[in-house]
Design a protein around this ligand. Structure first.
Ligand SMILES: Nc1ncnc2c1ncn2[C@@H]1O[C@H](COP(=O)(O)OP(=O)(O)OP(=O)(O)O)[C@@H](O)[C@H]1O
Length: 253
């Protein structure tokens, strides 16, 4: 389970001065849920996910992941999560299999368990054709699959995936979406960010719409469709944001 409580992250830039990239965000994700964080560029998705993954610290607020405080017990949190970030660095001269073995060593995984796990990962992410080719010779989609493979080698309970399908073709995206569904079936908890609204529709149990650092709505997609009288997530999102980019208040009924 993940509990995000009143998280704020303050940044500074020359143009805006101090500003909140994440502004008082709270939500809870239950075990076994797929939770989508949806919002346009610059909404604060990456910042929030990085804080959840202990890569960055919040200015105020608290996050509990699997019973551990991300600020106070980052090492425990790291063991429970697999974090896919947009700028995951891989060693270009290693192959996908070597990459998994390399990162697997940090977690003291017994050799036999590791070999079996690598086999399963290669199968579920359809990496058979390029598993032994060095990373510098792989396509964008193949590299992305390798990054995902890397973050799951310790078989974490929770996946935090930042834009897992960004820039990928529909076939590669489909494999990654199927992988996320399979992880849910295994009882894993998944939070992922995307600005591809349609993608979330079939995949997420619940979503949070984030805009300018604030959560403007959280809920089951079906409930949000009913509430806004819209049929797809894109229109749900646009219903909340008016043309002047302010938050639109929905009528009660
Ligand atoms: N280290 C930083 N210093 C100052 N501002 C930052 C920093 N990192 C992010 N920002 C700003 O914070 C805001 C939120 O950025 P963030 O990357 O979290 O958004 P995002 O929703 O992930 O966007 P995208 O979909 O474009 O990746 C943006 O205005 C960004 O420019």
């Amino acid at each position: 389970m993940i509990k995000v409580m009143n998280i704020k992250k303050k940044f500074y830039d020359k143009k805006h001065g101090d500003f909140y990239a994440v502004d008082d965000v709270s939500f809870q994700i239950e075990k076994g849920e797929i939770f989508g964080l949806l919002g346009p560029n610059g909404a604060g998705k990456t910042t929030l996910l990085r804080i959840m993954a202990t890569i960055m610290q919040q200015s105020t607020g608290q996050i509990i992941v699997n019973g551990y405080d991300t600020k106070e017990q980052p090492e425990e949190v790291k063991k429970s999560i697999g974090f896919l970030s947009g700028n995951t660095k891989l060693y270009k001269k290693l192959t996908p299999v070597e990459t998994m073995k390399f990162f697997g060593k940090f977690y003291d995984i017994p050799k036999k368990v590791m070999e079996k796990r690598i086999e399963e990962i290669i199968y579920s992410l359809q990496m058979q054709d390029f598993k032994d080719r060095i990373i510098e010779k792989l396509s964008t989609g193949q590299v992305q699959k390798t990054s995902i493979a890397r973050c799951m080698i310790h078989d974490p309970n929770i996946y935090i995936l930042d834009e897992p399908t960004l820039g990928l073709d529909i076939l590669t995206s489909r494999t990654i979406i199927d992988f996320i569904k399979k992880k849910k079936e295994e009882g894993k908890t998944i939070i992922f960010s995307t600005h591809y609204m349609e993608e979330a529709d079939s995949l997420c149990d619940r979503i949070a719409l984030i805009h300018k650092g604030k959560i403007i709505e959280t809920g089951r997609i079906e409930d949000l469709k009913e509430k806004t009288r819209q049929t797809n997530i894109r229109d749900i999102f646009l219903t909340y944001i008016d043309r002047r980019d302010g938050v639109y208040e929905l009528p009660e009924n």
